[in-house]
Design a protein around this ligand. Sequence first.
Ligand SMILES: Nc1ncnc2c1ncn2[C@@H]1O[C@H](COP(=O)(O)OP(=O)(O)OP(=O)(O)O)[C@@H](O)[C@H]1O
Ligand SMILES: [Mg+2]
Length: 302
Amino acid sequence: MLEVAGLKKVYTTGIFHKHTINAIDNVSFRVEKGETLGIVGESGCGKSTLGRCVLRLTEPTEGKIFFNNVEITSLDKKSMRNLRSKMQMIFQDPDSSLNPRKTIWQSIAEPLQILGIEKNLIEKKVSKLVRHVGLLPEHIDRYPHQLSGGQNQRAVLARALTLEPLLLVADEPTASLDVSVQAQILNLLKSLKKEYGLTMIFISHELELMKHMSDRIAVMYMGKIIETGSTEDIFRTAHHPFTLLLLHGNDAYTEEHSCIKVQGKGCNYYMNCPVRLEKCGYEAPDLKCLKNGHYVACHKVI
Ligand SMILES: Nc1ncnc2c1ncn2[C@@H]1O[C@H](COP(=O)(O)OP(=O)(O)OP(=O)(O)O)[C@@H](O)[C@H]1O
Ligand SMILES: [Mg+2]
């Protein structure tokens, strides 16, 4: 369904003192039809940038993206707009997802109205979506500020599903919700995924959530994938010291844990790594295969 090859995104900031940020650094992965790939990593490691680049909402600096075997990186704006109905994103910031001046019904119906679909067909479709995401009929004529965070997130899901997408990128869809509502929305996302036959990229900084949501997991650190494998591989036999830190924590060494970029070409994790070798200071490790589908970028491991 989706293949990403050698993706890079460099941001340049500053006017007088230019500063470049390698937000995504040579990332490659595939997502098979019907599968959920979880992307996990600490704040600022490039998860949202990756999600946005996959849909070309942010233009990648380098690399190729194939969606259903079509190379989308070279498509013009119009073809991309047509294709994007099949690729939807749920954004990290819930306030930016719904128009505050539109009722929930208007927001969900809007993509269908743009396509010029008949009014009673729209009515039917919107009512069905509203029911599927668990909103009550009394909610749909309200504005976003008249609903709870959980109810708004249900409306965001309905809107994302209006055009029957094949791929859904969910960027921390429950980050703003309290724990009990989080569980409801995640369960809903899982059942909608099944019902609509979606392929999904699920982004979160919490590895624990991945256990319930993902078939495979990619762990990111400073713009790179440092370990990837099936959910079982990651939870049972993770090898990279950063994945182990996410899994088990380690107070002694989280204290000095910070995003220090090694000068030159070494491993990004060098300064924080408890098992670093001399080589790690000057040579960045590539992702290497440990066993079927389980890849690790660490000189110490492989
Ligand atoms: N538009 C932008 N211009 C410049 N730098 C940016 C821009 N957007 C993101 N960045 C930088 O790129 C890096 C990756 O940001 P991104 O938002 O992708 O991280 P993230 O993993 O989603 O973090 P979080 O978990 O906090 O959402 C960060 O260092 C961030 O400061
Ligand atoms: Mg983010």
